[in-house]
Write a protein that binds this ligand. Structure first.
Ligand SMILES: NC(=O)c1ccc[n+]([C@@H]2O[C@H](COP(=O)([O-])OP(=O)(O)OC[C@H]3O[C@@H](n4cnc5c(N)ncnc54)[C@H](OP(=O)(O)O)[C@@H]3O)[C@@H](O)[C@H]2O)c1
Length: 320
């Protein structure tokens, strides 16, 4: 990394808008001379949120690069469309898509049961996520944003990790968002969101908790973890959840492929092992806090969150 590219990166970071917009990826990919992502042949990748936006672009790109993609999405029709597209364009990649709601722990357990007959995927990409405007609880009584992006992913990771080892290590990458920079970790606000309910504030708290979780995971043997920011990306999810922002920013938004670029790259990149638990954007590790008010006792947060998660998923861990 040259002094020039570091300077460009610092300028982009300072401007915020340029960094997260398509300007960020355009400049950084040129000044850093990005090489194409390398995915070891036939890597098995389990990708949630594969049926739309960033996840869909990542699924197709991973398949193009030779990965065996197992996509996950809630909508049966979108799942079927993606599966057809994977088979049409990348017939050798054996891609398939499973309908499952990762916010529902019963669904997650049955998703993993469907993977029982094959070698376990070693790359697990937790990309599913959305802002939910009304306070909604899952069948297990967990607020749905937290359930879809932390509790369900924890169960999915825990069940798959049983099939990973130091010889066959797993890699977990979670899709984060800039919202996390606005909130400290606060488990009680996740369990009982303050009134009046705000979907945007809940989403931001959940993305902070998701990062705490990613940091906690990297201590586990046989797996490495990372969080990745996609940049501001033109997707149905962004249009639906933040319509005004999406309209104003349209000319500057990244394409879905650009939003998926780091997710694809991190699926094979060796650097993730050297900096476990880090947050990435445009192929560089980024700070996890930008405001002093979001800083809390990181070790305590990890322990509090893991204790809660372990208790919540324990009914699904038959052998524990
Ligand atoms: N777009 C951006 O600018 C931006 C910025 C920062 C972070 N992100 C993050 O990027 C990720 C992808 O978002 P996107 O913009 O690509 O949105 P999107 O187009 O709405 O795609 C979201 C995907 O997540 C799936 N999904 C949502 N909840 C799920 C659940 N409970 N179980 C299973 N699948 C679920 C959806 O499945 P169905 O199709 O079946 O509904 C869909 O495939 C999210 O984690 C989001 O927070 C996006």
């Amino acid at each position: 990394m040259s002094r020039f590219s570091r300077g460009v990166d610092r300028l982009l970071e300072a401007s915020v808008v340029a960094s997260f917009s398509r300007i960020g990826i355009a400049c950084r990919s040129r000044v850093d001379h990005w090489t194409p992502p390398v995915i070891p042949p036939e890597t098995e990748v389990l990708l949630t949120g594969a049926t739309s936006g960033i996840g869909r672009a990542a699924a197709l790109e991973l398949a193009r690069r030779g990965a065996v993609v197992i996509g996950v999405g809630r909508s049966p029709s979108r799942a079927r469309d993606l599966e057809l597209e994977l088979r049409r364009h990348h017939p050798r990649s054996q891609g398939r898509v499973i309908v499952s709601d990762v916010s529902n722990l019963d669904d997650v357990a049955s998703l993993v049961a469907q993977l029982d007959s094959e070698p376990a995927p070693t790359v697990l990409l937790h990309n599913a996520g959305a802002i939910t405007p009304e306070l909604t609880h899952t069948a297990q009584g967990v607020e749905i944003t937290f359930a879809a992006q932390v509790v369900g992913p924890h169960l999915l990771t825990t069940l798959l990790a049983r099939r990973w080892s130091e010889e066959r290590p797993g890699r977990v990458v979670a899709m984060t968002s800039g919202g996390l920079y606005t909130r400290p970790f606060d488990l009680s606000a996740l369990l009982e969101p303050p009134t009046p309910y705000s979907g945007v504030a809940t989403y931001a708290r959940v993305k902070r908790a998701q990062l705490v979780w990613v940091e906690a995971l990297h201590d586990l043997k046989g797996l490495t973890s990372a969080a990745v920011h996609p940049g501001w990306t033109a997707t149905a999810g962004l249009r639906e959840s933040l319509p005004r922002f999406s309209t104003v920013m349209t000319p500057l938004l990244r394409s879905a492929s650009q939003g998926a670029a780091d997710l694809v790259w991190l699926s094979g990149c060796p650097d993730i092992v050297e900096t476990p638990g880090a947050l990435w954007l445009d192929r560089r590790v980024r700070p996890t806090h930008r405001l002093s008010r979001t800083r809390t006792d990181a070790e305590r947060d990890r322990s509090v969150l893991l204790t809660y998660l372990h208790q919540t998923i324990s009914p699904y861990l038959a052998d524990d």
